[in-house]
Design a protein around this ligand. Sequence first.
Ligand SMILES: Cc1cc2nc3c(=O)[nH]c(=O)nc-3n(C[C@H](O)[C@H](O)[C@H](O)COP(=O)(O)OP(=O)(O)OC[C@H]3O[C@@H](n4cnc5c(N)ncnc54)[C@H](O)[C@@H]3O)c2cc1C
Length: 466
Amino acid sequence: MNTDVIIIGGGISGLATAWWLARAGVSVQVWEADSRPGGKIKSQRQEGYLTEPAASLLMNFRPEVAQLVSEAGLDALKTQRLPQAQRYLLHRGKLQALPMHITGMLTSPLWSLRGKLRLLLEPFIPAGGAEDETVSQFIRRRLGNEMLEKAMEPFIAGTLAADPDLASAGATLPRLTALERRFGSITAGVLTHKLLRRRTACTTDSFSFRGGMSTLINTLARTAGVQVFSNRRVEEIIPNKKGWSVIARTADGERSLDATHVIVATPAPAAANLLSSVDGELAALLADIQYAPLAVLHMGLDRHCVKHPLDGTGFLTPRQEKQPFTGNLWMSSLFCDRTPADKVLLTTYLGGARHPEAAHWNDSRLIDEALRALTPLLNIKGHPEMVRIDRHAQALPLYHGAHLARDHAIAGQLQDLPGLHVEANYRGGVSVRDRIARGQQLAQKIASQLIPTTEKLPGLSLSPRY
Ligand SMILES: Cc1cc2nc3c(=O)[nH]c(=O)nc-3n(C[C@H](O)[C@H](O)[C@H](O)COP(=O)(O)OP(=O)(O)OC[C@H]3O[C@@H](n4cnc5c(N)ncnc54)[C@H](O)[C@@H]3O)c2cc1C
């Protein structure tokens, strides 16, 4: 059976793009190597606890993401993040509440007077900075060293597993760097945005789904017009007269199919392997993207065993604290459906670019080290009744080095390969939100080539062929 588009890789990048394509009336198949779609996203129920090995929530401010959620019929299945007020930071061995507003920042004990004064100077710092500036250079230049060490470094390590001394500012903080470029300073940009927000932007909505993030995956995988094939590991992509042939290994032998467009939505190393015979330079650029390993440790405990009120989302650990983990999320305080009654669920992230070796510790060492650190901080008086460990050898792509230049070079190579696309979380953001938004952009481009009338219509609000 013919298809317009074959997507290789059924993670959120592949499935979201497939959803937008199907919505535009384009026939699409997703070929996934694993026995089920979802990639990193794989919600698990264990002893009544709901755990997430990767994305645990969708933090959205993009209208197109809200559109997909709504039109895929997921609004009724959304579970809102509980309105827990605090976010904590480990500071000199104690948990300190992070201020959420600039006024709170000025009174917080986290920053010295000098650090606070440096923060207030931001609007007066001239715009500038090298093209391949790192996150650390950018934040130090605009906001000072304390802001880097007590806010940005733990955020980058905790949410992206990256090292701000190596991460590209433009690729990692595209919105902040754009504010400087457009408005001359972050402060001026934020204030202008606040004024405009009333008219334009979508408010931030943090949510998951009943049954966890896999509910999003399962819903997208069932989209009419999308055929998802699991256990289909693609081994070769070959150009032909009309487009591309894709060849996969399955339990029943080899499968091949032709399509006008092929989207490679696998992690970068797998994409580099697949494309080495198509374009060596493109493959080398993809092979250059590094990944950080992570171990995700979930511990379920009786509520009375944890004396801390857990009145927040959890905490991040700055590098000066010298802890093996980058953060600890209080999942049972984030969502009400994560545990049986009177239990709590704590999820600890170990490894990343900061301590890659910790991701490879054996199970008992991971548990011991985490409990040793968490016990005094959260006043834990017992043992976990549920433990689950998820390991990722390649958890997240690191936007280190000249990542934007590399991405432009990838786009340049693809221009000479019509119908071939490369799209996964190493391009344009790792979050589920960014994956859905980027999927729409790519689907729009492909649909406008396959169905020329789409160019005249706004967004992907087309008359679907299905
Ligand atoms: C610990 C952790 C916590 C996170 N927390 C959040 C969060 O709270 N919120 C958020 O928005 N994001 C979060 N993220 C990020 C987000 O989960 C990932 O960026 C995203 O799920 C990656 O999706 P993807 O489709 O790009 O890649 P993947 O999920 O890696 O999917 C790629 C797919 O390609 C398949 N594949 C590989 N080779 C082949 C082949 N040859 N043939 C066919 N198929 C192949 C793989 O089997 C896989 O299914 C987190 C990530 C991690 C690791």
